[in-house]
Design a protein around this ligand. Structure first.
Ligand code: NAP
Length: 494
């Protein structure tokens, strides 16, 4: 039986588009990109709350082969990322492969015909030689299960479902959450709301943001002499790399760097917030790096405003007109903003049911054994399958490092696949175990296992307490491995 498609890619964000570009370079043209949202861009389509911007400088947070000289700021606002995604889709002729508003429900490997059967919620079935999942890490919104939340009669907005132009003027607003999203959003809401109460469970490390407009002549220079933007990218990426390798992967040897960063963040907080009580509440009690830190020049200062209140008592319940904390305090509100982030380990990994050989269920296997994926992309017993957002796949600090490493892996694997005129590839158990053991060993020096992370509630850790998200490798190491892995790590058939 000939499959309908050569490849089905689930997700039309930067990961899905990067893999599609690479497949097309390899001559794979018969591709379906299926996206549950109503347009492309992934995170940058879904998120459009006020204040949204990148927190990895734009020269680095973009495809290296498709630089954009026209970023308006060092850290570009979210809408420019969405425009950039549209530009990439047009330039690489990806739109004609895309279907929107279709949620994939499950996929199963058809052993007899050596193909994937991919089923959507609306009953559509596709057959495909390859299946690639590019469903994102932070793409399943987390709705907190707080008693009474459904009884709230005011407006509820999750940050991933923002209503553009929503007016908070004269409103009493509560924000639950103090992650990177809340840090960007809270100063914006505070400018409008009559009263804003921020419910913080865990404080976040915040550093000042060195951000500025990129003047037009500099943009023109980047456009005319691309080498200048390449140099800027290299300088910025090198800095990020040093932070990643010393502060995250080799915390054991370089913890003075993290302690120094924590001291700098505390000094910044002292400068911004005069009230010592408030400062104490905003100060994390876990090591810098356990949880993704963030950058803002406005966040701390916002809490000095008379209309902004920080609530650190645990929420006991939500009533029709307000929030009650365990100390019996009730704050009446009109609008509840949920900046409560994403489910990584419950509903992701994988984002839908995937069954490989012998009906093996990927999600169940990951949870029963350990979260694992060879080179963060393939899994034994799952032939012709690439999972782009998988355990140990996240490399470097910019997501584009992950994407471009995976593009290299796809290129090497498919070149060999074509050379052998194969119909299936499958990573060997031995190669997978070797990679997992190596990753586990390398993580021994990381902040996750040597830092004081107990109170951080960091999404880097799964339910078993293992930090199985980041690939414990430098960026050059990852890129090298992705383009030189032993081909004998795969079995080819057909
Ligand atoms: P997040 O970091 O997971 O933060 C969610 C927040 O909600 C946390 O403060 C969490 O508290 C709180 N929360 C969740 N459930 C709660 C409950 N039942 N009661 C009280 N508080 C609750 O999510 P995020 O802020 O959306 O950011 C996620 C990631 O997205 C970031 O780490 C970053 O990688 C990325 N991001 C990037 C940018 C950017 O600038 N490019 C912007 C936004 C996000 P606990 O900490 O106590 O669990």
């Amino acid at each position: 039986m000939t499959p309908e498609y050569d490849a089905v890619i689930v997700g039309a964000g930067f990961g899905g588009m990067g893999s599609a570009i690479e497949l097309k370079r390899q001559g794979v043209e018969n591709i379906a990109i299926v996206e549950r949202e109503d347009d492309l861009g992934g995170t940058w389509h879904v998120n459009h709350y006020p204040g949204l911007a990148v927190d990895i400088a734009s020269v680095t947070y973009s495809y290296s082969f498709e630089p954009n000289p026209y970023w308006s700021r060092f850290y570009a606002p979210g809408r420019e990322l969405k425009k950039y995604a549209e530009h990439v889709a047009d330039k690489y002729d990806l739109r004609r492969h895309m279907t929107f508003g279709e949620q994939i429900q499950r996929a199963e490997w058809d052993e007899k015909n050596s193909l994937w059967r991919v089923f959507s919620e609306d009953g559509t079935e596709r057959t495909s030689r390859f299946l690639l999942t590019a469903t994102g890490f932070l793409s399943q919104p987390h709705f907190p299960d707080i008693p009474g939340i459904k009884s709230f009669e005011g407006k509820v907005i999750h940050t991933t479902a923002w209503e553009d132009g929503h007016d908070f003027t004269d409103k009493r607003v509560a924000v639950i959450g103090t992650g990177a999203t809340a840090v960007q959003l809270i100063p914006e809401i505070a400018k409008q709301a009559r009263e804003l109460t921020v419910y913080q469970r865990t404080p976040i490390w915040v550093m000042p943001k060195v951000d500025f407009d990129i003047p037009r002549p500099v943009q023109q220079l980047f456009a005319r002499v691309p080498l200048t933007q390449k140099a800027a990218r290299l300088a910025n990426t090198t800095l990020l790399e040093i932070i990643m390798v010393t502060g995250v992967l080799h915390f054991k040897q370089f913890k003075f760097g993290n302690k120094g960063a924590a001291r700098a963040a505390k000094a910044f907080l002292r400068r911004e917030v005069p009230d010592p009580e408030l400062r104490k509440k905003l100060t994390p009690d876990y090591d810098f790096g356990c949880k993704r830190p963030t950058f803002s020049n406005e966040y701390f200062a916002t809490f000095n405003k008379p209309n902004v209140h920080l609530e650190t008592s645990t929420i006991e319940r939500i009533e029709a007109d307000g929030i009650v904390t365990v100390d019996g305090n009730k704050t009446e509100i009109d609008t509840l903003v949920l900046a409560t982030g994403f489910d990584l380990w419950d509903t992701n990994f994988p984002a839908f049911e995937i069954r490989g050989r012998d009906g093996m269920d990927l999600g169940k296997w990951w949870r029963a054994e350990r979260f694992q994926a060879y080179e963060g992309i393939t899994v034994p017993k799952f032939p012709n399958f690439m999972t782009l957002n998988s355990p140990y796949s996240y490399s470097g600090l910019s997501y584009f490092t992950t994407i471009e490493g995976q593009m290299k892996h796809i290129a090497r694997l498919l070149t060999e696949f074509k050379r052998r005129r194969a119909t299936t590839f499958e990573v060997t158990e031995a190669a997978n175990t070797r990679f997992l053991d190596d990753a586990t060993r390398r993580l021994d020096s990381s902040v996750f296992y040597n830092g004081d992370c107990a109170t951080s509630r960091s999404y880097y850790f799964n339910h078993a307490g293992e930090a199985t998200l980041l690939r414990p490798r430098s960026t050059p190491g990852t890129l090298r491995e992705m383009s030189t892995f032993p081909l004998s790590d795969y079995e080819f058939a057909g």
